[in-house]
Design a protein around this ligand. Structure first.
Ligand code: FAD
Length: 380
């Protein structure tokens, strides 16, 4: 992997992992386990890897979750590979507790993580289908044989557009910018969205404010429990079938249906769970309902989800005409140098773990990296 003349700042790594959340840490752990060494300095060993992460510190998107999302109210955070969580106070905010746990993992594993480094573009070095990839970042460039993209969704919130939106005089925000319910005390808050986050915020905000809950489709609440090993597996199979077929994936809730979480039950019991059909347009002081009536609203809270944050991969032209990316497991079907993890069926903490392992093992096989004799690390 020699660098092009005139580009002295480019470093080499056999594999570049982009993103240092749960998926990226899992990939790093398993690459290490498969015999990849740290890419450090000009004379990188072969095979080697590096993790580039845009954050200032450990934790991935958990660093930014809203303050009231505690370890008790998250859906369950799967352990990092071979690193059980220590006992954690259930009332600790996840945005503090999870980054602390990730930091301990990083200290124990000594992974080669560079921060803060944002990848701005990935391109092909030349037309050779087995040639190198070039990774451009806010802190120099890399030349690599393959990438494992683990950039999550948090930085690409979905923000629908409605007529008159720009005229609204109140406050508009996305889940991503939500801090706590006190910010809206005494106000009339329209919450838009039919997923888990929308319902968590509905229950919370309705304790301090008047909440009006809007969804495009009638929410379908699941009968009974959502069992990871039964319903969870079926959801994963459906998402995996969509990404294999190269279909753009829908929202999480479009696959899972609405789960009767403690939040949902609490909101129902308090009589605040009243769904309204999506409003037709937005006016300076409120929204126009589909039947033509007007509803005054002070705040529009868009709990409308997130999409894969992968604009930096656009130069590779991975998307098909439908906007999807056809996958074979974690690998992009027709670009074996690119793996996407924490993507499609692996958008959960357990999925991120597994996908990190799958990508590392697939790349080790493709690049002809023999597993170190007697190696046990990375097997978990
Ligand atoms: P992230 O944690 O988002 O990490 C991505 C990392 O990549 C970040 O550090 C980011 O800064 C970095 N990055 C992004 N772009 C670049 C770039 N261009 N260059 C370099 N670095 C970059 N799942 C569960 O299993 N249990 C839960 O309870 C749960 N709760 C959730 C609650 C909310 C509100 C949301 C939105 C999701 C939740 N999920 C939950 C899903 C879960 O967060 C994810 O599936 C998993 O944690 C994501 O890990 P990740 O590594 O894929 O992404």
């Amino acid at each position: 992997m020699s660098d092009a003349p005139g580009n002295p700042s480019r470093e080499d790594a056999t594999v570049v992992v982009i993103g240092g959340g749960q998926a990226g840490l899992s990939a790093g752990h398993h690459l290490r386990g498969r015999g990849f060494a740290d890419a450090a300095g000009a004379a990188a060993p072969d095979p080697s890897f590096v993790v580039l992460d845009a954050e200032d510190g450990p934790g991935g998107a958990w660093r930014h979750r809203w303050a009231s999302l505690t370890m008790r109210t998250v859906n369950g955070i799967f352990d990092l590979p071979r690193f059980p969580k220590p006992p954690i106070d259930p009332d600790a905010p996840s945005r503090v507790a999870v980054p602390e746990y990730f930091a301990a993992f990083e200290r124990a594993e000594h992974l080669p993580i560079r921060r803060p480094v944002t990848v701005t573009a990935v391109t092909r070095a030349d037309a050779d289908p087995d040639g190198d990839l070039l990774v451009e970042t806010t802190a120099g460039g890399w030349r690599t044989r393959a990438i494992v993209n683990a950039t999550g969704t948090w930085n690409t919130p979905v923000l629908p557009v409605y007529p008159g939106q720009e005229s609204f005089r109140g406050r508009q925000l996305h889940t991503r910018d939500y801090v706590d319910a006190d910010a809206f005390a005494g106000q009339r808050v329209a919450i838009v969205g039919g997923g888990i986050s929308a319902l968590q915020l509905l229950e919370e905000v309705s304790r301090k404010s008047t909440v009006l809950w809007y969804t495009r489709r009638e929410p379908v609440f699941l009968d009974g429990e959502f069992r990871a090993e039964v319903e969870g597996r079926m959801v994963i199979e459906r998402v995996a079938a969509d990404v294999e077929a190269g279909n753009p994936t829908g929202s999480v809730v479009s696959y899972t249906g609405l789960i009767e979480t403690p939040y949902v039950r609490a909101a129902r019991e308090r009589g605040v769970l009243h769904r309204r059909p999506m409003f037709a347009s937005i006016e300076p002081d409120g929204v126009r309902e589909p039947d033509g009536s007007f509803t005054r609203v002070d705040v529009l809270l868009w709990a409308t989800g997130f999409k894969a944050h992968i604009a930096h991969l656009d130069p590779l032209g991975l998307r098909n005409a439908r906007g999807g990316i056809a996958m074979r497991g974690t690998q992009v079907a027709d670009e074996p140098r690119v793996h996407l993890i924490g993507f499609g069926p692996s958008q959960s903490t357990v999925g991120a773990n597994r996908a990190g392992r799958e990508a590392a093992w697939a790349l080790a096989a493709r690049l002809g990296v023999a597993r170190p004799t007697g190696a046990r690390r990375g097997a978990g």
